[in-house]
Design a protein around this ligand. Structure first.
Ligand code: AMP
Length: 198
């Protein structure tokens, strides 16, 4: 077979969801069920920051301010990670990446002939995630802080979600209901894409 046409059999996913939408729990279940690798750029940047690597020193002030790390740096770390054998073999669920349309375009370019199976948008209305975060009652969850963080997510991430929607890659998942109900919706969505994939 020609190298250009060898597709990896692994499952490749992206997940979007506001804070408080239950993305962490659902990611864990996706990892367990499909055997994919959880790839969180936030985790990668936090690890670099805590290890005080050169990258960590560059990103620490950006993260502290709530801003986004440059597309160049972010795309570079994802590109490296996607090339590693575990991710090639097992596939991935990307969490926190892409965050800009430029990152989204770079992801499709990196994948080449390997299909991105689904981009899941775990959809929980703003009022509901606000109520969940208030109920959680963490110290940094002041009403103002919660509103600001959620507004920042919408501002930064919605254009990227729209980018995927325009390309018919987005699968909207109703994130209301019990964790188990939401998991069933996610697995059904993934399974139907996999079944339709040659
Ligand atoms: P998270 O835990 O996903 O909210 O990520 C923590 C921080 O890491 C963010 O506030 C950004 O500063 C940075 N970060 C994570 N992912 C990205 C990304 N895809 N593009 C740019 N910056 C990112």
């Amino acid at each position: 077979m020609n190298d250009n046409h060898t597709h990896s059999p692994a499952t490749r996913l992206v997940i979007f969801g506001r804070q408080g939408a239950g993305k962490g729990t659902q990611c864990n279940r996706i990892v367990e069920h499909y055997g994919v690798v959880h790839l969180s750029t936030g985790d990668m940047f936090r690890a670099a920051r805590d290890a005080e690597t050169e990258l960590g020193r560059q990103v620490a002030p950006i993260m502290a301010s709530g801003g986004l790390v440059s597309d160049e740096l972010t795309i570079a770390i994802v590109r490296e990670r996607l090339a590693e054998p575990d991710v090639r073999e097992r596939g991935f669920v990307l969490d926190g990446f892409p965050r800009t349309p430029a990152q989204a375009a770079a992801l499709l370019e990196m994948l080449g002939d390997d299909r991105l199976h689904a981009v899941l948008n775990l959809d929980v209305p703003l009022e509901e995630v606000t109520a969940r975060m208030k109920a959680r009652g963490r110290e940094d969850d002041t009403d103002d802080g919660i509103a600001k963080r959620l507004a920042l997510y919408d501002m930064q991430t919605v254009p990227t979600i729209e980018w995927f929607r325009e390309r018919d890659l987005l699968v909207n998942i109703d994130g209301l209901g019990t964790e188990d109900e939401v998991t069933v919706r996610i697995f059904d969505a993934i399974d139907s894409v996999l079944a339709a994939t040659p």
